[in-house]
Structures are given as C-alpha cells and as structure tokens.
Design a protein. Structure first.
Length: 299
C-alpha cells in the first residue's frame, strides 16, 4: 500500500457493515485516518470503536447520514470538512463511495427519486462534487466508486431512467452500476489531464453481504442465499478497493474500471462519452437544489 500514514485521510461510505466496514478496517490497520459514514448512529458508534481498537494510533471519526436524502448528503460533506479542520488537515486524500442499496419493491426517497437510483448513483454524485474542493487541496487524491459486474449488457433507459413506469429491481440495480462507471469516466474528463484528483470504478465481484436480504421477499432472499455460496468474504473484496484508493502509481493509469487490483475492460457502453455527458447533465438537474450551496469548485 502507498501513502498509508496517518497524515492521509479517506472517507468511506457504507462503513458500518459489509465491504465498506472491511475497507475502513483495512485502512485503519495501515494507519490511514478514516472518516466512516453509515446510516444508523448506533452502528456508526460501534464501528468507530471497532476501528479505534484495531489501531489506537489512527484518527477515526464516523458520521451518520441517510444517503437517499440529498440534503443529508450535503450536510455530511460539511461535517466531513469540519472533521478535517479539527484534525488539522488541509485536504482530503480519498473518497470511497462504497454504500449501495438493492430494493426489491419500488420505493421513492423523500426527494421523490427511486431509492436505488438515489443511493447508488445520485449520492456519490452529490458527495463527490461537494467534497471536490477538499480533494483538490490534497497533493493527490482518489475517488473510487464501487460498481459491479452487473453493469455488463445493460443500457440506460433514457425515457424512464428510474424505471418509474416499469420497475424491475435487478434492472434498476444494473442501471445504477452502469451509471457508476459513466460517472467515473465523465468526472475524469471534466477534471482534465494533469488533475491531482483521479476517479476509478471498482468491481468487487460477488461478495457475501446482506444487500440482497434487505427489503426483499422470501423468494428473493432464498435466491440470494444460494448465490452467497459462491461469494467471497467482504475482507477479500475490500483489498482491491483499498489498493485503488491508496496507490499513488495509479494516478496516471488509463484504465478506469478495476477488479481485484487489476484493470478490466468495462462494457463498451460504459465508455460512451456522449452517454456519460448526458448522464452528468441529467444528474445535475436532479441534484441542482442540493448542490447549489456547495457548487464552487465542482466540475
């Protein structure tokens, strides 16, 4: 691992369980200052205590936020900046967008967006842009967004991108994972060559987590339990993500999609520049109210 000292700080979302917690634990063990994000305050407190026990010398702070609510994502960014100021750190060295949701039944967030679209795509979009000035103040910084092999053979349905008219949970999930790669590519394009901030997308593979059990009926839970027999533990999936967010030599890497610490070709549609720009502009429209106060410095 490169840059694994306490003078480096990395934000990890979804850091109270599964892959996110495993990423946060690995970073703390290597001596990286960690700002973890979770939805439940009690689980955040427990995870923070767990990381402190792993490495009492490292700086750790957890913040609770509902990533499906854009106002809470913006407030989270402000809280993260306050933590960095308390730690005496001028910039943020990394952001790992790990949090994700799979929702079997069509549900809308308080902002009126389909939940998977809000949590898996819009939340990383808002949080990354809100934290970009802090990332740009670091000598070099990394934005790693967790995608999935589910993005292969997927197309964005532009006429119904949230599948509000014809909702199908797996299709909705697959669309968000394609959006993660398109967002990564477009962020790099907008930052331009020579930027100190580099964005990468991570494919963790099939991981044994609870995501398939949440808000799912009995049959879907049973199918997920069968899939878990072939899944790797979160700690194994976390290694590739930790590598991407900490390895300085990847700053000039041409590949944007990685699995297990190695570049991998994404679906060709994930590299469609026109689709990436169109998605960015649509996402700007969907988040314009939330991002207005924090838009300075955003590409």
């Amino acid at each position: 691992m490169d840059g694994s000292r306490g003078d480096r700080s990395i934000v990890v979302t979804g850091a109270t369980s599964g892959i996110g917690l495993a990423v946060a634990e690995a970073l703390a063990q290597y001596g990286v200052s960690v700002i973890g994000v979770g939805r439940d305050p009690q689980r955040c407190l427990a995870a923070e205590e767990r990381l402190r026990a792993l490495n009492p010398e490292v700086a750790v702070a957890y913040r609770a936020a509902d990533l499906s609510v854009q106002a809470q994502v913006v407030a989270l960014a402000a809280s993260i900046r306050a933590v960095l100021a308390d730690w005496g750190m001028a910039g943020l060295d990394g952001l790992a967008n790990v949090a994700g949701a799979f929702v079997y039944w069509q549900t809308l967030t308080p902002d009126g967006f389909e939940t998977q679209w809000a949590v898996n795509h819009l939340a990383p979009f808002v949080l990354t842009r809100a934290l970009l000035p802090s990332l740009q103040r670091a000598p070099w910084a990394r934005v790693v967004t967790v995608s999935s092999g589910s993005h292969y053979h997927t197309r964005l349905r532009w006429d119904d991108i949230q599948l509000r008219r014809h909702y199908q949970p797996l299709r909705a999930y697959k669309q968000t994972k394609l959006a993660n790669v398109l967002f990564t590519a477009e962020l790099n394009r907008r930052l331009g060559p020579g930027s100190t901030v580099r964005a990468l997308a991570a494919d963790p593979g099939l991981v044994s987590t609870e995501i398939g059990y949440k808000a799912s009926p009995g049959l879907a839970r049973w199918v997920w339990s069968l899939r878990r027999w072939r899944a790797v533990p979160p700690e194994e999936a976390a290694r590739g993500i930790v590598y991407l967010v900490t390895e300085s030599s990847l700053q000039d890497a041409e590949a944007i999609y990685w699995k297990d610490g190695h570049p991998k070709a994404p679906d060709p549609d994930a590299l469609n520049a026109h689709a990436a720009r169109r998605l960015w502009e649509l996402s700007e429209m969907m988040t314009s109210g939330a991002l207005a106060p924090d838009a300075e410095g955003a590409p």
